[in-house]
Design a protein around this ligand. Structure first.
Ligand code: HEM
Length: 197
């Protein structure tokens, strides 16, 4: 039943792959520049991350099949059902994101988007600069925004840890290199009845 054909099919289009590795690299740079008080560089990377997220939001509606939100956003019951099956060792392989992976995409996009937004609000309150200059003023607002921004950055880090765990787990469970697929865009096209696409 697990017999493979040798056909490879394109699952991730080029914009998804550029978005992914651009986002991953930018997050590392944003984190390091934030830790080392490189404020100018940090805010530039923050704008870049916000632009990538806006692009991905749009691409989720007009991109190729597996890039679309409609392909991988599932109701919570389906995500829980998939996680239950996975714990029993029966989580089916998916060509695009599996239901838990899809939920993680949304969680990551939301958390990273809010991190970027809170960073802009903080910059606007402390330096009176950026698109949210002057929206919030006073020491209390600046303190609260700083706490919020740092909390969201740490939350993003936790989600990224879970994301990597999921990717590795899924790669091992289905004996396929998902990381390589995120570079090439290609996945093995198993016989139709053996996967959920
Ligand atoms: C070395 C680090 C990383 C590796 C190896 C990696 C790997 C992957 C893989 C294999 C997928 C596709 C999962 C699937 O097949 O369903 C994926 C998707 C995704 N990853 Fe990562 N990832 C890394 C870092 C990150 C980071 C740091 C972020 C966020 C800042 C991130 C955000 C995402 C998002 C948003 C998607 C969904 C892509 C889309 O549909 O546009 N990843 N990642």
């Amino acid at each position: 039943m697990t017999e493979k054909t040798h056909t490879q099919i394109r699952v991730w289009d080029l914009p998804v792959r550029l978005f992914h590795w651009g986002l991953a690299g930018s997050f590392v740079l944003a984190y390091l520049s934030g830790e080392n008080d490189l404020d100018h560089l940090h805010s530039l990377i923050g704008y870049f991350i916000a632009s990538l997220l806006l692009f991905r939001l749009l691409w989720g509606f007009v991109g190729s099949r597996h890039a679309r939100f409609g392909d991988f956003v599932r109701p919570p019951s389906a995500v829980l059902g998939y996680l239950r099956q996975t714990l029993q060792g029966k989580g089916p392989r998916h060509l695009g994101h599996n239901p838990a992976g899809g939920a993680m995409v949304i969680a990551l996009m939301l958390t990273l988007g809010l991190t970027a937004l809170s960073g802009m609000a903080l910059y606007g309150s402390t330096d009176f600069a950026g698109p949210m200059a002057g929206w919030f003023s006073g020491a209390l607002a600046a303190d609260l925004l700083e706490e919020t921004h740092e909390f969201l950055a740490q939350l993003s880090l936790v989600l990224i840890g879970l994301h990597l765990t999921g990717v590795l787990f899924s790669s091992l469970a289905h004996r396929e290199n998902l990381i390589k697929s995120m570079f090439t865009g290609l996945k093995a096209d198993l016989k139709k009845e053996q996967l959920h696409d």
